[in-house]
Each structure stands twice: as C-alpha cells, then as structure tokens.
Design a protein around this ligand. Structure first.
Ligand code: CP
Ligand code: NVA
Length: 307
C-alpha cells in the first residue's frame, strides 16, 4: 500500500528512527542510493513562498537520480480551477511522488486519498513534518539520543511547527513543553494525539503559560515566527500578544548550559528571538537548515521502498 507523509504521526517510532538513521548515512555519502534513476520526476508544488523547502527538495531529488518539477499554484489549475483529487489522478501517472506546500490539511488528505504515489506535506497550516525530521536529526547529531530529552517551544503555540513538535517529539520519546499565551494554544485534538503517543514512548506533553517555568533546565529551546504565512493581517495584534514570549539571552540562560537553540527559519530577529541568541554559540540553525536535505532524501527513499 502506498504510504504518505501528511503529518508527523504517519510514522511509528521505529519508522521515524529508521528514517533518521538513513538520513545520517546519506549525509555521509550523498549519492549512495538512486531510487529516482531513470530519471523519474517528482512534482513539488507550492501554494506558499519557500526558500529552504524548494531548494532542499530540488537538490535532494537530483541527488537521488531524479528530476524535480517545481510547480507554483499561481500558474497551475490547482488552487481554484481543479481539485486536489483530480490533480492527483493526472500526476500519479507521470511522477514518482508528489510534494505539496499548502494551506488546508484537508487538501493534502484529498490529494493522498487513493493516490498511488507517495504524497508528502511540505508545510500546511497545521503541520510541518519534513522540518521536524530535520530538527530531530539536528538534535540527535548534537545531543545523542532523542528519547528522554526535554524540548521547549516558546511563542505562537497554535502554529504548524508546534503541532509537529508535539507529534514528532512524542514519537521520539521526548518531553515536549509548549509556552504560549491563552488564545495561542495548540489544537486540543493534536495535544490529545501527542499525549497518547507519549504514553507509549515514555515522552510527555506539558503546556505552560509562563515561558520562564517552561524553559528551566531543558535540553532544547525552539521558537518560530510570530506571524506565519497566511496570518499577515493579524501581525499588529500578534506582536502585542506574543511580546512576553521572545527567546532572549536571559530566557536561554535558564535552560541547561549546553542547551541547543533551533528555529526552522525564516526568522524575525528582535521579535520571536534576539540576534544574540539566534546568532550565538548555542544556535544550530544552519545545521538544521542543511538537514532538510538529508532528512527529506531519507524520507523519499523510505516512502518509495514501501510501494
Ligand atoms: N523552514 C522552511 O520551511 O523554510 P522555507 O519556508 O524557506 O521553505
Ligand atoms: N510557521 C511558519 C513556518 C515557516 C517555515 C509559517 O507557516 O509561516
């Protein structure tokens, strides 16, 4: 049966670990496997802007022997004139996989439903699971094993990265803490799903309103933009509401001395994080950005093997 990667918990703990192991191997030897030799084509569709996702999928598909077909919905029939499901029927006869950055998670579900090639979520309003594979890879490289580590996200608790940290962190057996104001809390259903996973893996989920309490003694501190794509009209209100949730040197000093700082980027220095922290010695953001390439290659190799 065709496997898709629409949200982080589409992978079991064992499968997630297998993909991270493979990513480390591919990082050492970029051209070790060529499942897209032929060359086969992978469609990479963007409804929203992107730098890292566009580049890392294009380079990764080429590394695997294939050809990336980058499609912008602005000049395709998808996104208005044609449904995700009809688009999938057309694409699946010609491409080896479909990668899609979009708004509604339901669109991805429709794209994947009954489709014979893997569909990969390259960011939706609800999740950013490819980024999480890169983040977990980065934490593993710098801190060793993931299980048992405590990670705190500070900021907009309702954003796609938070939902992915909850699910992917729980899958990895991590203790995931979210520090956010009321009105910016993660979706209840995702918290419940993450708690159910954490119960099996030995991880845990805790939501805080106080960032100081949430960061005390943790291994990893993460944040993300206060104004995600699609939320631009709320910018002014968000800057007011989230002002107390900035990661600065004082907050970072409450974590373990060797704690890592991660940010999926792009960042707004001076808003969700100060320049001192994001450009400081604990920040691993450039490894994190590079690891998008290795993690997504491993994901594609793994998904193509399941067919
Ligand atoms: N982190 C991330 O997904 O970056 P882009 O929006 O540049 O792809
Ligand atoms: N939460 C951000 C992530 C960008 C990679 C957004 O959706 O804009």
């Amino acid at each position: 049966m065709t496997r898709h990667f629409l949200r982080d918990d589409d992978l079991s703990p064992l499968e997630q670990a297998e993909i991270l192991d493979l990513a480390l191997e591919l990082k050492k030897d970029r051209n070790r496997v060529s499942p897209l030799a032929g060359p086969k084509t992978v469609a990479v569709i963007f409804d929203k802007s992107s730098t890292r996702t566009r580049v890392s999928f294009a380079v990764g598909i080429a590394d695997l022997g294939g050809i990336p077909l980058i499609i912008s919905t602005a000049n395709s029939q998808l996104g208005g004139k044609e449904s995700p499901s009809d688009t999938a029927r057309v694409l699946e006869r010609q491409v080896a996989a479909i990668v899609w950055r979009t708004y509604a998670q339901s669109g991805l579900e429709e794209m994947a439903d009954g489709t014979t090639v893997p569909v990969i979520n390259a960011l939706s309003d609800d999740f950013h699971p490819c980024q999480l594979l890169a983040d977990l890879l980065t934490i593993r490289e710098h801190s060793g094993e993931l299980a048992g580590l405590t990670l705190t996200f500070v900021g907009d608790g309702a954003d796609n990265m938070v939902h992915s940290y909850l699910l992917a962190g729980a899958t990895a057996g991590m203790h995931v803490r979210i520090a956010c104001p009321d009105g910016y809390r993660p979706m209840d259903a995702v918290v419940a799903d993450a708690e159910a996973i954490a119960e099996k893996t030995g991880g845990s989920i805790t939501i805080y309103s106080d960032p100081v309490q949430a960061v005390a003694g943790v291994d990893v501190v993460v944040t993300d933009t206060w104004v995600s794509m699609g939320k631009e009209e709320e910018k002014e209100q968000r800057l007011l509401d989230l002002g107390r949730y900035r990661v600065d040197a004082d907050l970072m000093a409450l974590a373990k001395p060797e704690a890592l700082f991660l940010h999926c980027l792009p960042a707004d220095r001076g808003y969700e994080v100060t320049a001192e922290v994001i450009d400081g010695p604990q920040s691993v953001i450039w490894d994190e950005a590079e690891n998008r390439l290795h993690a997504q290659k491993a994901l594609m190799v793994w998904l193509l093997r399941q067919k």
